[in-house]
Design a protein around this ligand. Structure first.
Ligand code: GAR
Length: 195
């Protein structure tokens, strides 16, 4: 089966841009937020886009059904969460077993959830980093694919740290997605081996 990525986004889309620049095979970009700048990046690159606003649905299942319909319609084989700020359920994930990845701007399991960079900066950590993981039904809890550490500079502002983490994200996400679609990832429980 030829890989076809569905990229889910909620915001500005710099990680999506890194995937586009890496010439990965993106079949469709879906945003749960209308007007998200990520959509313009996709359209600019000639990639089909869709908006599925979670607020328009009465239940999580109905929202996910709509997502699945779009992804299936574009023959999506693998899903990338690139700044997608919704948690997906088992039912959705069962459609793409071990074929959904997420990027998160901390060394998980530290600082899951929203604004991990600020959480880490406020905490005063000396080292933080970036994680790409397979997605399970928890919040940033799935088995780790790639992880890289970044020392925090003495007196560094949160924005400075955020910018350096973002550069790392843009390198790690395309690398992890490439490993995924080249079938080089083998999961054994929580451990992901790279072959
Ligand atoms: C990125 O920093 C990404 O790691 C983070 O949202 C940002 C999206 O930026 N994701 C999470 O925090 C997921 N829990 P982008 O829209 O420019 O790619």
């Amino acid at each position: 089966m030829k890989p076809a990525l569905g990229v889910l986004v909620s915001g500005r889309g710099t990680n999506l841009q890194a995937l586009i620049d890496a010439r990965l095979p993106i079949a469709v970009v879906v945003s749960n937020v209308a007007g998200a700048p990520a959509l313009e990046r996709a359209s600019g690159a000639g990639i089909p886009v869709a908006v599925i606003d979670h607020k328009a649905f009465g239940s999580r299942a109905a929202f996910e059904d709509a997502l699945l319909e779009v992804l299936r319609g574009h023959g999506v084989t693998h899903v990338v969460l690139a700044g997608f700020m919704r948690v997906l359920t088992e039912r959705f994930l069962a459609e793409f077993p071990d074929r959904v990845v997420n990027i998160h701007p901390s060394l998980l399991p530290a600082f899951p959830g929203v604004d991990a960079q600020k959480q880490a900066h406020d905490y005063g950590v000396k080292v933080t980093g970036v994680t790409v993981h397979l997605v399970d039904a928890g919040t940033d809890t799935g088995p780790i694919v790639l992880q890289e550490a970044l020392p925090v500079h003495e007196g560094e502002s949160c924005d400075g740290l955020r910018a350096r983490l973002l550069e790392m994200e843009h390198r790690l996400l395309p690398a992890a997605v490439r490993l995924l679609i080249e079938r080089r990832l083998q999961r054994d429980g929580r451990r992901v081996r790279i072959g």
